[in-house]
Every structure is written in C-alpha cells, then in structure tokens.
Design a protein around this ligand. Sequence first.
Ligand code: SAM
Length: 306
Amino acid sequence: MLKLKQKILDLFAEHGHEKSPEAEANLILFNAYRHRYPIIQKYSEILQGTFTDKFPMTAEIEEEAMKMANQRIKGIPLQHITGNQFFFEHDYIVNSHVLIPRPETEILISNVLDVISKKWPKKPFRFAELGLGSGILSTEILAHYKSALGIASEVSPQAIAMARQNLDHILGPGNWEDRFSILEPADLHIGFEIFGDYKPMDLIISNPPYVSVNDEIEAEVLRHEPHGALFPMVGGSDEGGKENPNFFYENFLFNHSKILKPDGIVFFEIPHERADEIEHEFKNAGFKTNLIPDLTGRSRVLMAQK
Ligand SMILES: C[S@@+](CC[C@H](N)C(=O)[O-])C[C@H]1O[C@@H](n2cnc3c(N)ncnc32)[C@H](O)[C@@H]1O
C-alpha cells in the first residue's frame, strides 16, 4: 500500500473516523494526484495502485492529501473538500449550495434512460425537471440524447450557477443552450405549475425535497447540505403550518393534466418510508405505477403513467 494512503488511514483511525475510511483515502489520493497530474482520469488506477510508478509522489501531493484528510476528520463532507462527485457517467462539480449527488439517484436516471431508449431512441422528445440542483439528471439526459429538449426549474440561484458550470463542463459551452433552459421560480410555493406555460411534456422527472422533520437524517448532512434541497419548505413550521413532506408529489398531481402529455411518463425519487403512501396518491389520481427498489430492496423511485 502507498505510504501516503497508510498515513491517511492512520489519521482517520486516530480520530475515530470510521465512515468508509479505505474508499475515502482512495478518493483523497485520486484527487491530490490528478491535481498534480491532470492526465490521471481513472479512479480505477488508484484502486489498482498502477499509476504510482508512472507518476511519482511529490511534497505538494502529500501536503494537499493530508490537508484534505485533516478537513475530513472535522466532519466536512468529502465532496465539499474535493469539489466533485462522480454520478452515473460523469464527474460533477459540487459545492455547499447543492445536494451532493446520491447513489439512489443513479437508479432514477438509469431507469429514465432505459425508457427513453425504448420510447424515443432517435425521435425528439421534451422533458421537464423540477429541482435541478447540481444539474446531474438533466445533464445526463442531454449528454445521452442529442434529440432531447428540456426545461428545468430551480429555486436557488447558487444551485443554478453550479448547474450551468456542470452543463458547460460536461456538454461544452454553447452546446446545450439551444435545447435546454432553466427557470427560476419567484418563490418556494411555485412547484410544477411553472411548466404550465409550455406545451405538455413527454417526460417529467424530479428528485424533489422530500425529507420530513421526523425522518432519521445524519448530522453531517444536516450540518453541511442545503436545507432547501432536503425539506419542502412550504407551509411548514417556518410558515406557522404543519409540514407536508409530500408537497411536491401532491403539487405534481394537482398540475399534471396541464404539464404532462396524456401518454407521458413521470419519474420521481421518493423516500422509502413513504413509498406506499405516495404510490397510493398516484393510483388515486388514475396513474399506473411502478415502484423501483434500490440494492437493499427499498422502494426509491416511482414511475407513473396514465
Ligand atoms: C433533492 S435536491 C435534488 C437536486 C438534483 N436534481 C439531484 O438529484 O441531486 C432538490 C432541489 O430542488 C430545489 N427546489 C426546492 N424547492 C423548489 C421549487 N419550489 N422549485 C424548484 N426547485 C426547488 C432545491 O433547491 C434543490 O436544489
């Protein structure tokens, strides 16, 4: 094992940092090495330890890696330290204004791309996304399908700036603006109705804020990730009302006839704790539904169509 990796693991052990120490040490090394040697692109090279002969370690690499490890033991999310997160097929830039892309969201996008490949393999299709965040979902669709035309809404101007950076970084500046636009709602109460001024969509996707104040949530997430990306902030205790973690699902059902084509398809990321309850609401509104599980068997994605 690389001496530097052992040094990071020792620091983690000394400070009781037990969250995937091996994987996190690899990611720190990967980032420190590729900042010095931008030619290193493959994370797998770190896992196999294959690059160390070709790319010698330098004092700067060691200094940067240990700086990252020291930030990590203070509880700062690794992605905020390295400034990136791999999602599906691309490397995304992230910061504290956007939700860090999650593995369960890869289940959503892989199912979305699967459906597109069957329904509109070459034909143009129109999609909308509520809650663009770092841009991962819309960017993956645009990267895979040149025929895709999309709109996304995002209430946080800082998240919109980050999504634009990712669209430029992955698709290239000037390569997406004519087929994708971003809308900023005037306030948090505006949900799917924002798409009502456009022709109904073939596909609607969303990983909306859906955490309830009663759900279990890690302290690190609560401390470092934007609360507007986690909790639906509408009508909740801040506004003197009762929280409604299902706000965006219900808001979609209220607006769907204006924004989704009669044969359109919708994909939502959902909390496994309320998967059945949300599916029930979609069935009551006349949708045929399919709950898609994660690797642990918990329902994390709802697909629905009339
Ligand atoms: C759970 S995050 C998802 C981000 C990204 N799509 C992903 O999957 O990682 C939800 C996003 O919805 C945004 N959001 C919250 N309320 C909104 C609203 N009323 N309209 C549009 N976006 C909203 C948040 O700022 C946040 O970026």
